[in-house]
Design a protein around this ligand. Structure first.
Ligand code: F6P
Length: 462
């Protein structure tokens, strides 16, 4: 069987593998003994590594390189997170472009390719993840790598008129087309990508998402939504609900309901809008005062990017305002923590929370929505309030779908969730939970790897 090689900016280094989140969990079923996972170590060093440090953990090889400060700055802080991230989250006003950042981004991709290429075997299947590494396939091809190469974009794609604002954006579209398979979370993201390819670089693309690139080479754009193992997460939630942390949380609420939000501290997550919505909810529906607390967990993220530091200050202030205005000597309406919590702790909190609030302004998918649904007790489930602009909204019609830019609409959904009958909660939850079976981590891996294996066969036959 062909070996799978995963490449991503961050690698769940062995010591963290057991408690790693996100990608490591989504890829659990694809990762077998023998798999190679390659990427950045997460460390800065005096020099960017010219060879990988390889550690084997439970049969999987984790190969990482360090980045020097300048590379970290230009590649990660600069082009990836100050240019591409805001652009692809529809925040042109926050997009900063500097040529040195673009050059740094390209040069780190070149280094990734140079260090990875000697580790590759002829029949490896290579699956590259996310916006940090769009040029990697082209760099590997320049080094003579002939393997099947797939890329999955975890974040949204934007309409072509917006993408056109990116200086040298056409080069990046060519880079996408150096892969054999390019995957997206939703049909909308794929559609917008294909539209950019057609309009900006003039490559024809058919309605099945097959692009004809230079020399007639075919690139397939597919939709393979990421998911979770809902059964495992449900079991984790049932266990965690009996834990000391969940008990402490429930006792501290003294019978009040709980709304919960858990996000990275990122401007794409719409946290100020969410806080304002909770403020409106308390103003417009005062019957719920003292009957509910909102726990918002915001895990600090990308603190070297100035927008993130500014957001942290803004949220501290807003949380203080809300509690100052609405709080009572024995009730804190908004419990706000800018700290991260273990996924297992969150599982118990989700199970207990009557309302899950997932209201990003834009999001590739948002697995918190999946986890909240999976964690619920089907006999007495909570209600999910979900942004129309999270990728998952394309699949979860049974959630209370809101426009995250309208705090009143979120406030109304909060009220609706507070008073929703048990029958309605059960029937919405049942349908959502069924969807989790098709939107599973395993289906994500199977679908993407099937497309990539198809590309490998085509390459072998050529
Ligand atoms: O959702 C996109 C993403 O890049 C994930 O791949 C990653 O786990 C998360 O954001 C955290 O970002 P960072 O690696 O910048 O801390």
């Amino acid at each position: 069987m062909a070996r799978l090689v995963i490449v991503s900016n961050r690698v769940p280094t062995p010591s963290k593998a057991a408690r790693a989140g996100g990608l490591a969990i989504a890829l659990k079923d694809a990762i077998q003994p023998g798999t190679l996972w390659f990427g950045w170590s997460g460390h800065q060093a005096p020099q960017t590594s010219s060879e990988a440090k390889i550690t084997n953990f439970e049969g999987v090889d984790y190969a990482t390189i360090d980045l020097k400060q300048e590379d970290y700055q230009n590649f990660y802080v600069g082009f990836a997170n100050s240019t591409l991230w805001p652009l692809l989250h529809f925040r042109l006003g926050l997009m900063e472009f500097r040529r040195e950042n673009l050059e740094g981004y390209r040069s780190v991709n070149e280094i990734f390719a140079k260090v990875l290429a000697p580790l590759l075997r002829p029949d490896d299947i290579i699956w590259v993840h996310d916006y940090h590494l769009i040029p990697l396939a082209d760099e590997l091809r320049r080094l003579g790598v002939k393997n099947a190469l797939g890329f999955f974009l975890h974040i949204p794609f934007v309409p072509s008129s917006m993408f056109a604002a990116l200086p040298r954006g056409e080069d990046l579209l060519h880079d996408f087309c150096a892969y054999d398979v390019v995957g997206f979370q939703t049909e909308e993201h794929r559609h917008d990508f294909l539209d950019s390819v057609r309009r900006i670089i003039d490559f024809p693309a058919d309605n099945d998402g097959v692009i004809t690139a230079c020399n007639g080479r075919k690139v397939r754009a597919v939709v393979t939504p990421i998911g979770i193992d809902s059964g495992a997460f449900r079991s984790q939630a049932i266990q965690a609900a009996k834990s000391r942390n969940t008990r402490r949380l429930t006792e501290s609420l003294v019978g009040r309901k709980l709304m919960i939000g858990a996000d990275r501290l990122d401007y794409s997550k719409g946290l100020p809008n969410r806080f304002e919505a909770f403020n409106r909810f308390l103003e417009r529906f005062p019957q719920h005062k003292n009957a509910v607390s909102f726990l918002q967990i915001a895990a600090p993220s990308r603190e070297d990017v100035s927008e993130y530091a500014a957001l942290r200050h803004q949220l501290n202030r807003l949380a203080g305002d809300i509690n100052g205005r609405h709080g009572a000597f024995d009730w804190v309406p908004l419990r706000y923590m800018s700290q991260s919590l273990a996924r297992s702790t969150l599982a118990g909190f989700y199970r207990f929370a009557q309302i899950g609030v997932v209201t990003p302004l834009r999001d590739g998918m948002n697995l918190v929505a999946h986890e909240y649904v999976a964690a619920q007790d089907p006999e007495d489930p909570g209600v999910l309030i979900l942004s129309n602009f999270a990728g998952v909204a394309a699949y979860f019609e049974e959630a209370l779908i809101v426009n995250p830019y309208d705090p009143d609409e979120i406030a109304e959904a909060m009220h609706e969730a507070m008073v929703m009958s048990k029958e309605e909660r059960q029937s919405r939850h049942k349908r959502l939970f069924e969807k989790l079976q098709t939107l599973s981590a395993q289906a994500y891996c199977d679908q993407f790897l099937k497309a990539l294996s198809g590309a490998q066969l085509t390459r072998a036959a050529a």
